[in-house]
Design a protein around this ligand. Structure first.
Ligand SMILES: [Zn+2]
Length: 125
C-alpha cells in the first residue's frame, strides 16, 4: 500500500515537470516500501517510463550511544525490523526511511501531451 502511495506521489510530482520519459528515485533501505514495489506501482500507471531506483543506506542513533548502520533483522513488505548492532535494542532511525524523487528525465521532443492527472490508478490484479 505504501508503495502505491509513494508511486502516486512520484508520478504526480514528475509530471509537473513536463513530458516525462523516466524517473530516478531514491529509496531508503528502511523505507516503508520495497524498491520492486515502488517500481511496479509506477509501471502500473506509467508502463513506458524508464525507472531507475537507488537505495540509500539507513542510519540509526541508539540510546547506548551507537550511531551508524542498524542491523536489519528482517523485512516484511512494508516494514523493516532493525536493531542496534551494539546492544540489540530498538534504535531510532535517523536516515533511510525516505522515498525521494531524485531526477525527472524528460522527453526531448515536445509532444502534444497534456501533463495532468491522467486516469485513475485502479486495481489491476
Ligand atoms: Zn544500542
Amino acid at each position: 500500500m505504501h508503495a502505491e502511495l509513494a508511486a502516486d506521489r512520484i508520478v504526480d510530482e514528475a509530471e509537473k515537470h513536463g513530458n516525462v520519459a523516466g524517473v530516478n528515485v531514491i529509496v531508503g533501505e528502511a523505507a516503508p516500501a520495497t524498491k520492486d514495489g515502488i517500481r511496479n506501482s509506477i509501471l502500473k500507471r506509467k508502463p513506458d517510463w524508464e525507472i531507475t531506483i537507488e537505495t540509500k543506506e539507513s542510519k540509526v542513533r541508539c540510546k547506548c550511544g551507537y550511531q551508524g548502520r542498524p542491523k536489519i533483522t528482517g523485512r516484511e513488505e512494508e516494514f523493516v525490523h532493525i536493531e542496534c548492532p551494539k546492544c540489540g535494542k530498538q534504535p531510532k532511525m535517523t536516515e533511510g526511511e525516505e522515498i525521494v524523487l531524485a531526477e525527472v528525465v524528460l522527453k526531448d521532443e515536445k509532444e502534444d501531451v497534456a501533463p495532468g492527472k491522467g486516469e485513475d490508478v485502479g486495481e489491476e490484479e
